[in-house]
Design a protein around this ligand. Structure first.
Ligand SMILES: *[C@@H]1O[C@H](CO)[C@@H](O)[C@H](O)[C@H]1NC(C)=O
Ligand SMILES: *[C@@H]1O[C@H](CO)[C@@H](O)[C@H](O)[C@H]1NC(C)=O
Ligand SMILES: *[C@@H]1O[C@H](CO)[C@@H](O)[C@H](O)[C@H]1NC(C)=O
Ligand SMILES: *[C@@H]1O[C@H](CO)[C@@H](O)[C@H](O)[C@H]1NC(C)=O
Ligand SMILES: *[C@@H]1O[C@H](CO)[C@@H](O)[C@H](O)[C@H]1NC(C)=O
Ligand SMILES: *[C@@H]1O[C@H](CO)[C@@H](O)[C@H](O)[C@H]1NC(C)=O
Ligand SMILES: *[C@@H]1O[C@H](CO)[C@@H](O)[C@H](O)[C@H]1NC(C)=O
Length: 707
C-alpha cells in the first residue's frame, strides 16, 4: 500500500489551503472552542462492541479512539456542545455520567438539551459501557475501565474545547462521495414505494455535508465536521485490535494533513476533523458486496444465505486486499472529499442565525396516535428483536441456523424465548410480521435488557439542523425524517427559510435502541427490519417526534417538555469480567526484555517486528504502550516518530499461559522514511498481592534504507 505517496500528494496539494478560505458573505460570528481527548480504555480481553460476537475480545491496538468536542455559542450567549466519539454507540449511562461530571465544573451551563453526544459506530472498540443488558450480555456485562475511559475522555475533550473559545465563522458546504458505500439490504430498500425511490438516484445517500470552522481574527481554518453515512465495519469480526475504523482513520488523515504532521497519529489539539455518521443503518463500506466464501457464488438476494441455507458463509468484502487496506481505502475516500471541500470554497454558505436546542425523553415502547392518511391508529410496541437479529448481516454474519428475512418462528427457539421473557399476544400482533426471538422489552432479569425511554434532540446552528436519533436509521428512514423535519420547519417559518436549511439525520446520537427501518422495509424482516425494535411504526413515531422538536427549535423551545426520565442503572450493573490477577515473566528473563530483536537492516515497505516479555495492558491504561524513535542526523538525538495511535504501528498482546501468567507483546512498525530507529515498549506488571510495577523495554537500533 503506497500510503506515504498518497498522503504526500494530498499534503502538497492542500498545504496552501489555509490561505484559500473565502469567508466573504454575511455569516454570523460564533464563539467556538475545540478539544480532543483519548477514550481508548482497556485494549485487551474486553469484548468488542458491535458485532455481538462471543470471543471477539481485544488483543491490542491499531488505531486509538478519540472524543472530539465542539463548543458553539451565538452572539446572544446560547450555546451547544457537539461531541463525536470513536465508539459503537452512546447510551444513557455514559451520557448521564458525562453530564454529572460537567456540572461539577460548569454548573447548570450544560444539560440534556444543549449537549449532543454522537458515536461514529466503530465496531472495533472495547464494550461494556452500555446500561441495558442486551448490549453487554455477550460481552460479559459491565466493564468499569471501559466506561471510565469513555466518560473521562469525553469530559476531558470538553474541558479542552472550553479552554480555547475564540470568535469564529462557520461555513457549510457539501459534495458527493462515490464508491465508498453500498446498500447491504437492497431487497428491503426495493419495497419502498417506487414513486419515493424515483426521487433518489441511489439506494444509499452519497452526499457529504461539511462545516468549516474559521478563526474570525486571521481567517484560518481551525476544524471541520463532516457527515456521511457509512457503517465503520471495514474491520471485520475477526479483528481483535482496537480500531476507529474508516471514520476514525479519515479523521486522522485530515488532521495529519492539516497539521503538517509527518506520521498519522493523534491526538492533535490544533486542527480537529470530525467524521460523523448519519443514516447508515443499511449502508456498508464493503463495496464489493457479499458472496458465498465456499463457492464464490452470490448469496441469496432476499435471505443472504448460501447453498447450506445458512448465513454464516455469506460475507461482504471491501475494496482492498484485506480489511486494513479496505479501511484505508474507505477512509481515504471520505478524507480526500473533505480535503477537496476544504480547498474548494465555491459552494460555501456562510452560517448565520441563532444556536438553539430542544430535547425530550420519549417512551418509544408505547407511542400511539391517529394517522389521518391511513385513517387508523398507529402504535409502537415494547422492545423486541426478530429472528433475523440472530442472522447478523453480510458485514458480520451470526451463528446457528438463522437467516435474514425470517418471518416464521420455530417451536424450539420460542421455548428459549419464553423462558427469558414471554411476549403476550398483543405484543406478538404489534410486531407482526416480525417473529419475536427476544422479547427484550419484557426481560427484566436481573435488570432491563433494552431501553423504553429514549432521548430525542434537535439542535439548530443557523441554517444547520442536527436531528439527534438514538438508533440506526436506514437510508430511506433518514430521508423520511429529513422530509418530516423540513415540512415542520416550513409550517412555522417561511418556505424560503425552510428551503435554506440543511437537515442532518444524525444516527447514533445520545442513546442506542438498534435500528429504524421504514414500514415497507420492515415487512421483509431482514436484519435491519428484525432489529427495528419498537415495531413496524417505529420510524413513523420518530418522524412525528422530530417534526414536533423541529417546530419547537424554530419557534419556542420552551414548548417542549422534559418527558419521562429514563432509568440510570449504574448501581445495578453486573459483570463477569475478572480483574487481572498476576503477571509473571519466564525464568532468567525480565518484563520488557526483548525476546526477538528487529533485523539490523530493512528496506522501505518492509514491516519491522519486535517481541518483548509482556504484562497485561489493562493493569495500567497508558496513553501509549509503545514509541518509535528516530535518530536525528542533525543533532544525534532520538526523536519520537510514532506511538500506538499511529497508522503504521500495531501493538499485540498475547497471554501465553493463563496458569503461568506469562504474556508476550509483539510490536509491528512499517517505516515511511529512511533512517535509524528503535522501538520502546511500556508496560506495568502485577504481583500476586496486587503491587503494580512500571517497566520499559527497548530494541536495538535498526536502519531503514530506500533499497
Ligand atoms: C502547515 O504549513 C503551512 C504552510 O507552511 C502553514 O501555512 C500552516 O500554518 C501550517 N499549519 C499548521 C497547523 O502548522
Ligand atoms: C475478514 O477479513 C480478512 C482479510 O483481512 C479475511 O481473510 C476474512 O475472511 C474476513 N472475515 C470475515 C468474517 O469477514
Ligand atoms: C439575539 O437576540 C435578539 C433579540 O431577541 C434577536 O433579535 C437576534 O436575532 C438574536 N441573535 C441571534 C444570533 O440569535
Ligand atoms: C384510536 O384510538 C382512540 C383512543 O384510544 C379510539 O377512541 C379510536 O376509536 C381509535 N380509532 C381507530 C380508528 O381505531
Ligand atoms: C412460513 O410458514 C408458511 C406456512 O407455515 C410457509 O408457507 C412459508 O413458506 C414459510 N416461510 C418461510 C420464509 O419459511
Ligand atoms: C546493513 O547495511 C549496512 C550498510 O548498508 C552493511 O554494512 C551491513 O553489512 C548490513 N548488515 C546486515 C546484517 O545485513
Ligand atoms: C506507573 O505509570 C503510571 C502511568 O504512567 C503512573 O501514574 C504511576 O505513578 C507509575 N507508577 C510508579 C510506581 O512509578
Amino acid at each position: 500500500m503506497k500510503l506515504t505517496l498518497v498522503l504526500t500528494v494530498i499534503s502538497c496539494y492542500f498545504l496552501l489551503c489555509s490561505e484559500c478560505i473565502r469567508a466573504d458573505g454575511d455569516g454570523d460570528v460564533y464563539q467556538v472552542g475545540l478539544g480532543m481527548a483519548d477514550i481508548t480504555g482497556p485494549v485487551a480481553e474486553v469484548n468488542f462492541m458491535g458485532y455481538a460476537k462471543i470471543g471477539q475480545d481485544g488483543s491490542g491496538i491499531h488505531l486509538r479512539l478519540y472524543s472530539r468536542a465542539f463548543y458553539i455559542q451565538d452572539s446572544n450567549g446560547s450555546c451547544v456542545l457537539y461531541i463525536n466519539c470513536d465508539i459503537q454507540s452512546i447510551d444513557q449511562l455514559v451520557r448521564k455520567m458525562v453530564l454529572n461530571k460537567l456540572s461539577e465544573t460548569y454548573g447548570k451551563k450544560f444539560d440534556e438539551s444543549n449537549v449532543m453526544i454522537a458515536a461514529t459506530h466503530t465496531h472495533s472498540g472495547p464494550g461494556g459501557y452500555l446500561q441495558y443488558l442486551l448490549f453487554t450480555i455477550l460481552s460479559r456485562g459491565f466493564n468499569k475501565q471501559s466506561t471510565d475511559a469513555v466518560v473521562d475522555g469525553i469530559v476531558e475533550s470538553v474541558h479542552r474545547a472550553h479552554a480555547n473559545i475564540i470568535p469564529s465563522k462557520l461555513l457549510l458546504t457539501q459534495g458527493q462521495v462515490k464508491d465508498a458505500s453500498v446498500n447491504r439490504s437492497p431487497a428491503s430498500y426495493l419495497l419502498n414505494p417506487p414513486e419515493e425511490r424515483a426521487k433518489y438516484s441511489s439506494d444509499v445517500d452519497t452526499t457529504m455535508y461539511l462545516v468549516k470552522f474559521i478563526d474570525a481574527n486571521n481567517m484560518k481554518l481551525r476544524a471541520i465536521i463532516s457527515w456521511f453515512p457509512v457503517h465503520p465495519v471495514s474491520m471485520n469480526n475477526t479483528n481483535t485490535l482496537v480500531s476507529s475504523d474508516n471514520k476514525g482513520l479519515a479523521s486522522l488523515i485530515v488532521e495529519h494533513v492539516m497539521n503538517n504532521m509527518t506520521e498519522i497519529h493523534g491526538p492533535s489539539n490544533s486542527f480537529i476533523a470530525s467524521f460523523s455518521n448519519m443514516n447508515a443503518g443499511d449502508v456498508s463500506p464493503n463495496t464489493r458486496g457479499p458472496r458465498c466464501i465456499d463457492t464464490g457464488e452470490p448469496c441469496d438476494y432476499v435471505t443472504s444465505t448460501c447453498s447450506d441455507g445458512k448465513s454464516a458463509k455469506c460475507i461482504a468484502f471491501g475494496p482492498g486486499r484485506n480489511m486494513e487496506e479496505s479501511t484505508y481505502i474507505i477512509a481515504e475516500k471520505q478524507a480526500s472529499k473533505a480535503l477537496e471541500l476544504i480547498h474548494d470554497s465555491s459552494h460555501d454558505v456562510a452560517i448565520a442565525g441563532p444556536v438553539s436546542h430542544v430535547h425530550e425523553y420519549v417512551d418509544m415502547s408505547s407511542q400511539s396516535w391517529y394517522d389521518p392518511v391511513h385513517k387508523t391508529n398507529f402504535t409502537t410496541c415494547p422492545h423486541a428483536l426478530g429472528y433475523s437479529f440472530a442472522a447478523g448481516t453480510t458485514d458480520g454474519p451470526g451463528a446457528f441456523d438463522f437467516f435474514q428475512g425470517q418471518r416464521n418462528s420455530t417451536t424450539l427457539w420460542n421455548v428459549f424465548r419464553n423462558f427469558l421473557g414471554k411476549p403476550d399476544q398483543q405484543m406478538i400482533e404489534c410486531h407482526y410480521p416480525k417473529p419475536i426471538l427476544l422479547a427484550t422489552g419484557r426481560i427484566r432479569i436481573p435488570y432491563a435488557w433494552a431501553p423504553s425511554i429514549l432521548p430525542t434532540q434537535v439542535i439548530r446552528i443557523g441554517q444547520l439542523v442536527l436531528v439527534g436519533i438514538p438508533g440506526e436509521p436506514t437510508t430511506m428512514a433518514g430521508r423520511r425524517i429529513v422530509k418530516a423535519v423540513t415540512e415542520a420547519v416550513e409550517s412555522v417559518t417561511s418556505t424560503r427559510q425552510a428551503s435554506d436549511i440543511t437537515v442532518i439525520p444524525h444516527g447514533y446520537v445520545n442513546g442506542y435502541s438498534d435500528y429504524i427501518a421504514t414500514y415497507e422495509e420492515y415487512q421483509l424482516q431482514r436484519y435491519e427490519g428484525a432489529n427495528t425494535a419498537y415495531g413496524p411504526r417505529t420510524l413513523d413515531a420518530y418522524m412525528r417526534q422530530f417534526a414536533k422538536l423541529a417546530r419547537g427549535v424554530f419557534t419556542d423551545t420552551r414548548d417542549i417538555p422534559f418527558g419521562p426520565e429514563p432509568p440510570f442503572m449504574l448501581k445495578q450493573q453486573i459483570s463477569w469480567y475478572t480483574d487481572v490477577i498476576l503477571d509473571r515473566h519466564p525464568i532468567l528473563k525480565k518484563f520488557g526484555q526483548v525476546i526477538e530483536q528487529p533485523h539490523v537492516n530493512y528496506t522501505l515497505g518492509e514491516t519491522v517486528v519486535a517481541q518483548f516479555v509482556g504484562a497485561h495492558p489493562n493493569n495500567n491504561i497508558l496513553p501509549t504502550y509503545l514509541s518509535v524513535e528516530k535518530l536525528s542526523p542533525e543533532d544525534a538525538t532520538w526523536k519520537l516518530v510514532a506511538t500506538d495511535a499511529s497508522f503504521n504501528t500495531k501493538f499485540h498482546w498475547k497471554r501465553d499461559s493463563t496458569i503461568l501468567a506469562l504474556s508476550t507483546v509483539t510490536i509491528e512498525f512499517t517505516p515511511n522514511e529512511e533512517g535509524v530507529y528503535r522501538i520502546n515498549y511500556f508496560g506495568t506488571s502485577r504481583s500476586l498481592i496486587g503491587k503494580l510495577t512500571n517497566f520499559t523495554g527497548r530494541t536495538r537500533q535498526f536502519t531503514v534504507t530506500e533499497n
